[in-house]
Every structure is written in C-alpha cells, then in structure tokens.
Ligand binder design. Structure first.
Ligand code: 1HE
Length: 257
C-alpha cells in the first residue's frame, strides 16, 4: 500500500515501511511525516517488528525545505510538535523498529532514524545536521534523541561546523549499531527484525517502553521500575514456557560470538 509517498508492506510478522519519494531524496513534507505517524499508529496486531528504509540513493534528506515558508512563532511551535508526535509513534509504538540507512541521513532524516530502536547503516551512509547552516534548529526531537546516541558535544560540533560523519565514523560515534556492505542494509534490518519478532511480545514491550524511561530516571526510581517490569514480564505464561524449554534442553544456548 502506498500513501503520500509512504509504502507499507506486511511480510509475515514484519512491517516494512518505506519512504518512497526518491525524486526529492525522501525529503519529509507534512504529508509524508503524517503518513509515517499514521502507519505506526495503525499497524495490524499481527505485526511483531518493523523495518524503516528509504527508496533510491538516500535514506532521507530531512525536512522538505520547500515547505519552510514564513511561519510565525506559534505555527513553528505546532509544526515541531507535529513532528514530535509522529516520531513518538515510531519510538513508543507497538513494536521495535529497525532503521536501514544508506546515503544521506541528514537533518530530519537523522531525527527520524534516531527515533528507531536499532539502526543498520551500509557503507554509503553519511550523517549531517545542515540545520546549522540553513539558519534553523532541529525540531523533530533531535535535540533530545541525538545527544543520547552520540553526546551533546558531538551534536553541537555537527551543527556549528557542518561536519559530516561517514558510515564508519557514524558507527564508531554511536549512530548505528551495525555497519554492513553497500546495498545490504535493508536485508540485514529484515533479518534482525525476524529475530526480534521471535521474542516474547512482553519482553519487546519492556525494551521499547520501559528501558528508555528507566534510563531517564534517578537510579533509585529506575531500580523500582525495573523490578516492577521484571515481575510483569516473568509472570507471562510465555516466559514460563521459554524458561522450561531451556531447563529441559529444548532451547538454544548462548554461543560465543
Ligand atoms: C529537497 C531536499 C530537501 C533534496 N527539501 N527538496 N536538509 C538539507 O539541508 C539537505 C538538503 N539536500 C541535500 O543536501 C542533497 O539533496 C542530498 C545530499 C540529500 C542529495 O543530493 P543529490 O545530489 O543526490 O540530490 P539533489 O540534486 O540535491 O536533489 C534532488 C532533488 O531533491 C532536487 O529537486 P529538483 O526538483 O531540483 O530535482 C532537490 O531540490 C530536492 N531536495 N533535499 C526539499 N531537504 C523537523 S526539523 C528538521 C530540519 C531539517 O531537516 S533541515 C535539513 C534539511
């Protein structure tokens, strides 16, 4: 299904959400960012994990600059809040989301990638925040999410100096957890999504909804939230079955990497 340059395909238990506006390097106009919001809001119950990628030579060129009209302060505030709402649906939606990155991952495209739970980049990926040189600021949650990936000092440097990180530098800095050969990011993301989809749903829920919140809490509160989440997860019949499977020799051991 394609709506407003967003392509959605459900393959088994995996949703593949693709930015499909390659002529404009998948620049995110209002229609497209709202389509992202709606896609993650309306995933069928059968979906257990999602892949987000982009068609063409680039993952995403960020905000559609042709829509950056004269907005007054109030309109600018609401526009940024609209992006926040959309990217929150990605981060705090029903399932883990794996971004497959290639080519430009810039501006709002990097903000979108940062709202996913795992990022796989191929060797053609590059990361930048051109907002600094366009006379604007991040507005899609990047000021919160990007420092959590790479630190505030690196983000400030990117915006102050226009620094571009290569795929290799980006992996070392913390943008992506996986670096793969050119042209293979989507396949690797799909492979990871299939693995993620095998987890108990409550464990995946804990990882996307509880873990980032625990990480924000004071340690004393975090320990309590962790204990509550652990108690809920382990009480699920599926958890009991999985533990029994291991103890009775039916489940995989952890093998050396
Ligand atoms: C666009 C956009 C865009 C391309 N908005 N139209 N983002 C940026 O500042 C990045 C701007 N884009 C680029 O630096 C380059 O386009 C790319 C490195 C991404 C790709 O280069 P290239 O040579 O493959 O493509 P191109 O020839 O530059 O662009 C092809 C077309 O896409 C062209 O339109 P055409 O009608 O002349 O064919 C471009 O104008 C169009 N295009 N990027 C609109 N971004 C929530 S706040 C977030 C704030 C931001 O994201 S600011 C950062 C914006």
């Amino acid at each position: 299904m394609t709506r407003n340059h967003l392509h959605l395909e459900i393959r088994d238990h995996i949703a593949i959400v693709r930015l499909a506006r390659p002529a404009k390097r998948n620049a995110l106009n209002d229609d497209l960012i709202l389509a992202v919001r709606d896609a993650f809001d309306n995933l069928p119950d059968t979906v257990r994990a999602a892949v987000l990628d982009g068609e063409g030579e680039h993952f995403c060129a960020g905000l559609d600059l042709s829509e950056l009209k004269e907005r007054d302060a109030g309109q600018g505030l609401h526009h940024s809040r609209m992006w926040h709402a959309a990217l929150e649906r990605v981060q705090y939606g029903p399932v883990p989301v794996i971004a497959a990155l290639h080519g430009a991952v810039v501006g709002g495209g990097l903000e979108l990638a940062s709202s996913c739970h795992i990022r796989v980049a191929d060797e053609t990926a590059f990361y930048a925040l051109p907002e600094g040189s366009r006379g604007i600021f991040v507005g899609g949650g990047g000021a919160v999410r990007i420092p959590r990936l790479i630190g505030a000092a690196r983000m400030a440097d990117m915006m102050l100096t226009g620094r571009v990180y290569s795929a290799q530098e980006g992996e070392r800095a913390g943008f992506a957890q996986y670096l793969v050969p050119a042209g293979t990011a989507s396949a690797k993301a799909l492979e990871l999504a299939q693995r993620v989809a095998e987890n108990a749903p409550l464990t995946n829920y804990a990882l996307i909804h509880a873990l980032p919140r625990i990480a924000e809490q004071p340690a004393d509160h975090g320990y309590m939230t962790e204990a509550l989440m652990a108690a809920v997860a382990q009480s699920a019949p599926e958890a009991k079955q999985r533990v029994r499977d291991f103890l009775e020799g039916r489940a995989n051991k952890v093998r050396k990497a």
